[in-house]
Design a protein around this ligand. Sequence first.
Ligand SMILES: Nc1nc2c(ncn2[C@@H]2O[C@H](COP(=O)(O)OP(=O)(O)OP(=O)(O)O)[C@@H](O)[C@H]2O)c(=O)[nH]1
Length: 424
Amino acid sequence: MEWIIAVVVVVAIAALLFFFRSKKAPEGKATGESREEPTKRLERPANLRDSGAPPKAGPGAKAKAKGEKAEPAAKAEPAPAKKAPTPPPVAEELSQTDLAPADSVRPEAAKPAKRDVAGIRKGLAATRTGFIARLTALFVGKKEIDPAILEQIEEVMLTSDVGVKTTQTVLERLREKLNRNELADPEAVWAELRAEAMRILSLDGGPLRFPTKPSVAMMVGVNGVGKTTTIGKLATKYAGEGKSVLLAAGDTFRAAAVAQLEVWGKRVGAEVVKGKEGSDPGAVAFEATTKAKEAQIDLLLVDTAGRLHTKTPLMDEIKKVRKTIAKAMDGAPHEILLVLDATNGQNALSQAALFKEALDPTGIILTKLDGTAKGGIVLGICDELKLPVRYIGLGERAEDLREFYPDEFVEALFGKPDEEARAA
Ligand SMILES: Nc1nc2c(ncn2[C@@H]2O[C@H](COP(=O)(O)OP(=O)(O)OP(=O)(O)O)[C@@H](O)[C@H]2O)c(=O)[nH]1
């Protein structure tokens, strides 16, 4: 009997325990409550309520759905949110979430703009129908290469202003390859001519550099080659890119040159520093450099005379201008650009030699290439003087001044338009 009572007591205690446990379980909503808490918290902030946004579909929820950090939801946690946060600009938002890291984007952005071979080719139309068409004609209908072709190539090169020295160098290299049977067909010779042009033109050139503020570039060259026009074109280009530009009318001997510069200045919104007619060009250059320094101008372009009406030789006068610029600013001028007129042919080559010796220019601007059928001059200049062509002039409009890139130029000159169209 006793043990029956004991069993009943134990069963009763067990039943009581079970009863209390199961009573506690609903209280155990505390566990569930902790899961529901964020929702409740999202409902709380005034900002979310005021915005009328459905409480559970806040930014945090969206982020969670995307598997991202629920940062905004956490931020919405404090009840006393004073003001609805302004949404970040779309770009900013994208940069935080959807865009690739900056580093992976940069190389793409740094890619040079697509080159305009077709545009350059158009500007070189006269040379293509002259020099290049004459070269091409030598290969028409030929399957094999006869060594006599070298003489014909020589004749075309010499009469296209390539110059004696450069022509001889190129022919010598062609002859060696022919002797080694390395040039079996016309295509191989053409490819070799292209490669020679590329080798000759590949000097350390490129467009103007801006090492400091101001960067001072001085244009030199004989009269009529296009110095003033080129300054106007460069001013247009760089002002268009957002750079501040100042012009110095260093050709004080020709009133028309000052007026011409003023027209360009007005057009691009660049101030022109000038002196009285016949005044010291060095003084104008000094004043302009000082002004450019004080005003922290990006680019100062200094025009110089091409012919003087004084007894001072031209080179001495230009050297004086260079010296006064250097007095006004250490390290200036940063560029001395020799402007040559492509239509001057072999004269351009001899001018270049004189200017190189006297002034050690940093590069060449070859103008009026649109006006000659003998564009071979560019090869002669680069090969003989080892001076890089930096820009070429293909017409009178501002946009006709082009930065010079050897690969683009060689393609425009030697390439076949249909090949290029296929490559594009
Ligand atoms: N077709 C063509 N004409 C050009 C080019 N560059 C300049 N010219 C023209 O060449 C002529 C002479 O240009 P200027 O800029 O006056 O020459 P400059 O060297 O300043 O002459 P000086 O002041 O006498 O030393 C102008 O009619 C220009 O329009 C070019 O690339 N192509």
